[in-house]
Design a protein around this ligand. Structure first.
Ligand code: ZN
Length: 112
């Protein structure tokens, strides 16, 4: 009877050791999986050159030269490009007005 008990205890020990080994192996595999996943994600990960946002696949990005730019920044850039002529006209007009003001002020001060 006690011999039988001993055998059962030994069996249990062996089972425990086996399940521990299995657990360790499982952890190693999980670790490797995580590593591979992280590497995979890193390859998919890009930082937007303009806004600095780190983006995986959820937002479209375009590679320009060696920089990545997200679609939101590209849209803003396009809008800036599309309105560039208007913007330049405003700059020219602003400069003309400034020069006119300076002349007017110079004229006023020389009249004194
Ligand atoms: Zn961006």
């Amino acid at each position: 009877m006690p011999e039988n008990e001993d055998m059962r205890t030994e069996e249990k020990k062996a089972e425990d050791a086996a399940s521990r080994r299995k657990e360790i192996l499982r952890n190693i595999i999980e670790g490797k999986k995580m590593e591979a996943y992280a590497e995979h994600r890193t390859r998919e990960m890009h930082m937007c050159f303009f806004c600095g946002e780190i983006i995986y696949k959820r937002k479209p990005m375009k590679r320009i030269g060696d920089k990545w730019i997200c679609i939101d920044c590209l849209r803003e850039l396009k809008e800036a490009m599309d309105t560039l002529e208007e913007w330049e006209r405003e700059v020219v007009l602003g400069e003309k007005m400034r020069r006119h003001m300076v002349k007017t002020l110079q004229g006023l001060s020389s009249q004194k």
